[in-house]
Design a protein around this ligand. Structure first.
Ligand code: AMP
Length: 608
């Protein structure tokens, strides 16, 4: 492990780091600082937040910066206002003993004139959100022709937030000879494309894989309706006859209920939650550890610290409220070199909750189809055959009956015998799953930003904005503009209508006032932006639709313009297709019976 001095930093920086209490470089700092100081090669760094990456890219820049020149030498792009401000403040702290170093943070939602005045004083390092940075470039207030370093911080997040166009625009106005440093927690296709198109043979470094999921765990999800969550759970268990796993529920009540239902339906399951006495919990855990219990239904709290090495599955009956909790849950499987599967049962409304988890675990979920009755029968059949092969014959007990049995089965061929014996068990499954319905729901398209689906209209406020197609606005840019205002974290955006000279968008109505305030000083391509609340548009009826703002109708040029309706997450079309396009079984009575518990069905693989 090196020291900061060994990384090649000057005394002023070292002193500042000492003030901050930074004793030793973090892993990413140890790798990135000397790399940037000693080479002009582009750098692609895999790093999570919280690993010390701000210092990793700021310190070498401060070391190499020409403080005598007032030109902007470094531009740092960051996805959010908060992060940009934090980076700007950190750099000010790192450079507090350096003379003549100026840093400015620029972001939407703040007074642009003040930022322009700041730029005019001459700043060597600019930290900005993509939208405001582009705005200042277009106004010819931010000049990037002398930039030596371009830093893309949290590149994946910027692309997720719809800033692709802005990144392209900034990248295009910076000199070719600059050094590009790209930091990202994940490297999806879009980030790789940026690296491919704008970086030259980048050096790759990786550091601080904290909070990532185990490589031995594959993450899968099933999209079902709320009503079918439990039947889907049963099918997953049935399709995996040797399942040895934990089903996580969100509440004690839900845990108790799911465990109770599974037990009644013949599964080898039990519950573990905080309302049980210590001795009950110990007894359940004992059974689970020695594998006489196959399925443990548990709350997060109860299963904390549970250390069982050979779990095949973790099933998220409901996703946890905190993204972090998913890693704890899934980390119960895939231990000690074993492979494991972590399953999430979600409704269409919850699809958007997968993306933050994917970012956290740095892995993609694989979509799976709830197994059909036929698939379950097949896996049960082969499991049965496997069990037959493995079963030891207890001669002591059975030998005295064998003579009679042989004579009563006389005349049956070998194949016929096998078929009949296997069918004794198998027919129960065949019967149970006859006419079983398809429990899958077609997933609504995951759009450009998966931070959640647009909600139903009643949860949305509708806004007018004085920009349209003629102002070069499109749905992506409008989303970018909304995101730049930092109204609140993950605010949901609903329908967007882009017209020629003005547009409409819907946003979570809980943030109506914040939205109006956030847009007060906003600009787009040098135009002042005006956002006002409008009446919700009427969806029913075939008549002419009117959009009313507080001050009356607004039809530009007296005619309605052709309109295109876009949902940020691209959802509604697919959803409808799904509703009408799937066959859900012959009739309602069949549907009900197909998943009704049949205690005689015999797939309670109770071992105890
Ligand atoms: P970052 O990933 O840059 O947001 O940094 C995460 C946190 O770690 C911040 O609070 C930093 O101040 C702190 N930090 C970064 N590098 C070091 C270091 N070498 N020693 C101690 N703290 C650090």
């Amino acid at each position: 492990m090196s020291t900061f001095t060994e990384l090649g930093l000057n005394d002023e920086i070292l002193k500042a780091l000492q003030d901050l209490g930074y004793e030793k470089p973090s892993e990413i700092q140890e790798k990135a600082v000397p790399q940037v100081i000693n080479s002009t090669d582009d750098l692609k760094a895999f790093a999570q937040t919280g690993t010390g990456k701000t210092a990793a890219f700021s310190l070498p820049i401060l070391q190499l910066l020409d403080a005598k020149s007032k030109n902007t030498q470094a531009i740092i792009l960051s996805p959010t206002r908060e992060l940009a401000v934090q980076i700007g403040n950190n750099i000010k702290e790192f450079s507090k003993y350096m003379k003549g170093v100026n840093v400015l943070t620029v972001y939407g939602g703040a007074n642009i004139d003040e930022q322009i005045r700041g730029l005019r004083k001459g700043v060597q390092i600019v930290v900005g959100t993509p939208g405001r940075t582009v705005d200042l470039i277009k106004r010819r207030q931010l000049h990037l022709d002398n930039v030596k370093w371009l830093i893309l911080d949290e590149a994946d997040e910027m692309l997720n937030m719809g800033f692709k166009d802005e990144l392209d625009q900034v990248l295009e106005v910076t000199p070719d000879e600059k050094q590009t440093l790209l930091f990202s927690a994940t490297f999806p296709r879009e980030v790789e494309a940026i690296a491919r198109n704008y970086m030259h043979n980048p050096i790759e470094i990786t550091a601080g894989q904290k909070n990532t999921g185990s490589d031995n765990v594959s993450n899968e999800y099933y999209v079902v309706t709320e009503r079918n969550r439990y039947p889907a759970l049963k099918r997953i268990c049935d399709a995996n006859p040797d399942v040895y796993g934990i089903i996580f529920c969100r509440t004690k009540r839900e845990t108790a209920q799911v465990a109770e239902n599974l037990m009644q339906d013949g599964y080898n399951a039990d519950a573990l939650h905080g309302d049980l006495s210590q001795s009950q919990r110990d007894a359940v855990m004992q059974k689970f550890r020695n594998k006489t219990l196959q399925i443990l239904v548990a709350t997060d709290v109860a299963a904390r610290g549970l250390d069982v090495n050979s779990l095949t599955h973790v099933i998220n009956y409901k996703l946890p409220d905190q993204t972090e909790a998913y890693t704890h849950r899934s980390g119960r499987t895939g231990r000690a070199g074993n492979k494991g599967i972590s399953i999430a049962l979600i409704t269409n409304k919850e699809v958007g909750r997968l993306r933050p988890i994917e970012r956290k675990i740095n892995k993609k979920f694989e979509k799976k189809e709830v197994p059909s009755g036929e698939e379950i029968c097949k896996s049960q059949l082969f499991s049965l055959i496997d069990n037959v092969k493995k079963t030891e014959v207890n001669h002591e007990q059975i030998d005295s009956y064998l003579e009679t049995i042989y004579s009563s089965l006389e005349g049956l061929e070998r194949e016929e015998l096998i078929q009949k014996f296997v069918s004794v068990e198998f027919n129960k499954f065949l019967k149970y799953y006859t006419n079983s319905r398809d429990l899958n729901v077609a997933e609504r398209e995951r759009g450009r930003d998966d931070r959640g689906k647009a909600r139903d209209d009643e949860n949305m406020s509708r806004f007018f904005i004085n920009l349209g197609r003629k102002d070069d606005l499109n749905p992506g840019k409008l989303i970018g503009l909304i995101n730049q205002q930092n109204i609140t974290n993950n605010v949901e955006i609903g329908q967007i209508e882009i017209l020629d000279t003005f547009s409409f968008f819907e946003l979570d109505k809980n943030f109506t006032d914040e939205t109006i305030t956030a847009f007060t000083d906003a600009t787009f391509n040098g135009r002042n932006v005006n956002v006002e609340i409008t009446e919700k548009r009427k969806r029913s009826g075939g008549g002419r639709r009117e959009d009313r703002r507080g001050r009356g109708r607004r039809f530009e040029g007296g005619r309605r313009e052709d309109r295109r309706s876009d949902r940020r997450k691209g959802g509604s079309g697919n959803y409808d297709k799904n509703k009408s396009g799937k066959s859900y079984g012959p009739d309602r009575s069949d549907r009900r019976s197909a998943d009704k518990p049949d205690r005689s069905a015999g797939f309670g693989r109770r071992r105890s």
